[in-house]
Design a protein around this ligand. Sequence first.
Ligand SMILES: Nc1ncnc2c1ncn2[C@@H]1O[C@H](COP(=O)(O)OP(=O)(O)O)[C@@H](O)[C@H]1O
Ligand SMILES: [Mg+2]
Length: 499
Amino acid sequence: MYSVEFKNITKRFGNLTANDNISLSIKSNSVHCILGENGAGKSTLMKILFGVYKQDSGEIYIKGKKISFNSPLDAIDSGIGMLYQHFMLIDDFTVMENVILGKELTAGLKLNFPKIRKALLEIIGRYNLNVELDRKVSDLSISEQQKVELLKILYRDSGIIILDEPTAVLSPVEVYEFFNIVRNFIKDGRTVLLITHKLAEVKEIAETVTVLRKGKNVYETERKKLDIGELSRQIIGDIFPKEKIKEEDIEYISGKQKKPACVVKLERISYSEKGKNILNNFELNINEGEIIGVCGVEGNGQNEITDILTGIIKNYKGEYERKTDNISVVPDDRLKKGMIKEFSVGESILLRKKGENKITQKRALYRENEIKKMYDIMIPYPGCPMAKLSGGNQQKAIVAREIQLDSKFIIFSHPTRGVDIKASSFIYNKIIGEKNKGNAILLISSDVDELIFLSDRIVILYKGRILKEYTKEEIGKSLETGRMKFLEEVGKYMIGITE
Ligand SMILES: Nc1ncnc2c1ncn2[C@@H]1O[C@H](COP(=O)(O)OP(=O)(O)O)[C@@H](O)[C@H]1O
Ligand SMILES: [Mg+2]
């Protein structure tokens, strides 16, 4: 029995065919993973199922019955829930208000708050969602916000749950928890459609897998036949990543030259907000040509460190010295902090570049074209607003924009979150390129493999202070005892266990 059947779905945006005659069936009560490069058409297909877009042709069947949705409300009524790639929460509302919004409020019913609260607490308990109903969404970390979205879906009792790149924003420990939640969905008879870029996760949780490439369904397989090598070939297509980096390709600037100068120095930095201690005697030195990796579960002070470094937060205690005024930042939340959605790629580049902020269409298009070629960014049409680019392409555009500023100090916060494997290795190359130019780099990430690969030093941040530091040699040594073992060790520090 199939929960969902897509039959010959085609969806165009102008000249671009985002979904090209896709047929696909999802078995009831299982996890079906959908893979594909950024821009392959995954989110578009899911949004069609959820009633956000209407297909140009083709049909959708839910439990054997043909459906036609005019809006997400129709889809929700038919038992479909979607966790968007970008959350749809209202910052100023509490968790509970956000959950109720949309269901009861639009139904115009009189609300029985105690009853709703009881029902929500029951769901939170059953699925280990761990969110407080009365907290404001603006006070929550990204992973907590994600739980609010899940709570919304479960409160509506959706039997078919679409998860669009949910793990991109999670640390290893959080992914582990998240998958336990997903397993419980399956135990309860629900069906899950999961989009992810991480092949190890597919191996862990998928029962069936589909790969989309350039809008087409190009490959399907099932758990028993899963082969990671084959999957990555299918995702990328014929061109194998040129950008794949080998360790020996990385030149280090150390040795021959003079001792690298310190570019950024934070000493005994403490900071609190609304009486809550956020940073506690935080110390950090970044030299020329050095990548310092900050590892930690989100919400342990990462954002405040970035805000202090960039001058947004000024009322901290401690010393901050910096040798350069030009800082580039690739922010953690590209939608809220990284871009003005209505602007095109070219316009957003001009905006950031000193002396070029007189924006003319001609100059914007020229810049856009240049960056598009250099970074291989998929832009549906010239001058297209950033909002319409797929997530990975937005990320590439922001990385491109920040790197071309030629700053001596660059902060990369989750630079490859939600980015496919090909674009990730491309971004890694760019980061290493900046290091080789002698620039100082702060890399904030919850992807431990990424940190291991790029960092000269890794510090583990827990509750606003450094709980553990690894030098390059120590990282190398720990890896000899096995990656899993090292991940486990790092994972423990990340949640504050030090013994
Ligand atoms: N609303 C839109 N208007 C124009 N083009 C869009 C819109 N949404 C998506 N696209 C384009 O459709 C293609 C597929 O996008 P998407 O489904 O988001 O990819 P994925 O989720 O696989 O990364 C991309 O080239 C993207 O730029
Ligand atoms: Mg997407």
